[in-house]
Design a protein around this ligand. Structure first.
Ligand SMILES: Nc1ncnc2c1ncn2[C@@H]1O[C@H](COP(=O)(O)OP(=O)(O)OP(=O)(O)O)[C@@H](O)[C@H]1O
Ligand SMILES: Nc1nc2c(c(=O)[nH]1)N[C@H]1C(S)=C(S)[C@@H](COP(=O)(O)O)O[C@H]1N2
Length: 173
């Protein structure tokens, strides 16, 4: 059973100003696409860099998550610090994830370029940032999921299998 971290980063959702739709949408998306056994480890934190870093470290180091997906806090506003928190806990960055997600998101909204979303590796965990808008989740995960299982193979995080009707995972031989 592969643990997968789902971290909603939002001041307002964490204060109860609105219901978190992003975390459940990520879990639902993964349930549709992954066919290997996995379980969600869901967290809801405010846009506070130490709190975001602590959640990422705990999910990677204590819960052993192969994949950690964040949503929110990637923009230019003063309290948007999810990419900084991600970089602070990662040993290695994978800028191609952000480049591809922004490229695909530009087909949906011209403000896609405002997201500083990125990805990186901490130990055996791949951490990926998504924007806060729940509508961004499908666009971004559809773009990057084909490369995620092989990335997790390479870092020794376990084997993720996808439903090929939903997403073909590319594993070069
Ligand atoms: N987790 C979420 N659940 C539902 N809607 C969300 C969520 N995060 C963001 N949104 C929606 O997207 C809009 C833009 O998100 P924004 O960038 O302002 O939020 P954020 O920086 O992720 O979180 P916040 O401003 O609450 O700390 C919000 O006004 C809200 O309508
Ligand atoms: N696919 C997609 N990407 C998107 C958006 C969106 O609606 N859909 N919103 C953009 C906007 S308006 C902002 S400000 C940035 C950062 O959002 P965040 O701070 O909620 O992470 O993501 C951008 N990327």
């Amino acid at each position: 059973m592969t643990p997968i971290g789902i971290v909603t980063v939002s001041d307002r959702a964490s204060q109860g100003d609105y219901r978190d739709e992003g975390g459940p949408a990520i879990a639902a998306w993964l349930s549709r696409v992954l066919v290997s056994p996995w379980r969600p480890e869901s967290r809801l934190v405010p846009d506070d860099q130490p709190r975001v870093e602590a959640a990422l470290r705990a999910l990677a180091d204590d819960d052993g998550c192969a994949l950690i997906v964040t949503t929110g806090g990637t923009g230019p506003a003063p309290r948007d610090v999810t990419p900084e928190a991600t970089a602070a806990v990662c040993e290695k960055m994978l800028p191609g994830f952000g480049e591809l997600m922004r490229r695909e998101s530009l087909n949906a909204v011209p403000t896609a370029i405002l997201s500083r979303q990125t990805a990186g590796i901490r130990g055996r965990s791949l951490i990926v940032n998504l924007p806060g808008k729940p509508a961004a989740i499908d666009v971004c995960l559809r773009a990057i999921m084909p490369a995620i299982p092989y990335c997790i193979d390479l870092i020794g995080g376990g084997r993720l299998e996808t439903d090929p009707a939903m997403c073909v995972a590319f594993r070069p031989r």
